[in-house]
Ligand binder design. Structure first.
Ligand SMILES: [Fe+2]
Length: 300
């Protein structure tokens, strides 16, 4: 009999390509002098925390793999290619070589399908993995020594509305939890998104010049602080209740459903999350946070 698997952590793991650029890993062609340290130190703290959890797989839901209809899953064991950010080709030209846990992806797919979701396994080995998936996974596990499960986001929030999308993500979260438990594996979930997402439209001459980095506007900052405070005090149901307003008023990147999916898979936590770091990237608000469903509390 297979030992019952479990979700050992859920993480808010934003994906600005600037973070990988500033890390200067060998996979990325452009090089930086510095930049966005508060967020990169936040990811460093997250990595230290996850290192103690002995996990088998990263499951990432990305706003930048947008399938208009339904939820798709990476369904090929190996992907190797060059990912170029369409907006920031000057910062992100990343050579990736990653492994997918296809059996777990298929299991989540099957559970989601049985709950009535529109689903698809993505079997094209030439598919170019999106930079949202790559950046969140790189910053969480730069050694790439664990397989991933890649899940697409869909256009439900725009085509219908946030409430429809959120209801769908609730089911996807439940399907994820059930499949992980049946797999016997220890999984870490990554919600790959910023909080407030209104950004500058002109790049500074030196991209990593931190004297020019700040939140886009005060309204966005207030929203970010409100959401982080709710997370730190274990009030995730309240975040779910105001997700539509937050997404609309803060132009938040939660419109892809990543955060709703993760909170659902964690059972809508009523325990505090750990804030590993907060910072802005081209004016957007980003938090690196971690929920520990095993200890049910903040660990830092
Ligand atoms: Fe994004």
């Amino acid at each position: 009999m297979v030992k019952k698997g479990k979700i050992v952590a859920g993480c808010l793991a934003p994906h600005p390509p600037h973070l990988v650029y500033a890390e200067n890993p060998e996979q990325n062609e452009p090089t930086a002098e510095c930049g966005w340290e508060t967020l990169r130190w936040g990811y460093e703290r997250l990595r230290k925390s996850l290192a103690k959890k002995d996990y088998d797989v990263l499951i990432v839901h990305s706003p930048h793999w947008r399938t208009q209809m339904g939820t798709h899953f990476l369904g090929v064991e190996k992907f190797k290619s060059l990912s170029v950010d369409p907006i920031f080709p000057n910062l992100f030209r990343y050579h990736y070589d990653l492994t997918v846990d296809v059996p777990l992806a298929e299991a989540i797919h099957d559970e989601a399908k049985s709950l009535g979701l529109v689903t698809e396994m993505m079997r094209n080995s030439d598919y170019r993995v999106d930079y949202g998936t790559i950046v969140s996974c790189h910053m969480t596990n730069p050694d790439w020594d664990k397989p991933i499960v890649g899940i697409s986001s869909n256009g439900g929030a725009r085509y219908f509305n946030m409430d429809v999308m959120q209801a769908t993500m609730m089911k996807l979260g439940q399907a994820t939890k059930k499949a992980v438990e049946a797999s016997g594996k220890r999984a870490v979930l990554l919600s790959s998104n910023s909080l407030s997402h209104r950004h500058f439209v002109v790049e500074s001459p030196v991209v990593e010049d931190m004297s020019l980095e700040h939140i886009n506007n005060h309204n966005q900052y207030l929203w970010d602080m409100r959401i982080i405070d709710l997370f730190r005090t274990g009030k995730c149901q309240e975040v779910m209740d105001i997700m539509s307003d937050f997404t609309e008023q803060a132009t938040a990147e939660t419109d892809g459903g990543s955060l709703s999916w993760m909170l659902s898979a964690l059972g809508i936590p009523d325990y505090p999350a750990t804030l590993h770091g907060y910072g802005t990237v081209i004016g957007t608000g980003n938090a690196v946070m971690e929920w520990d469903p095993v200890s049910r509390g903040a660990n830092a």
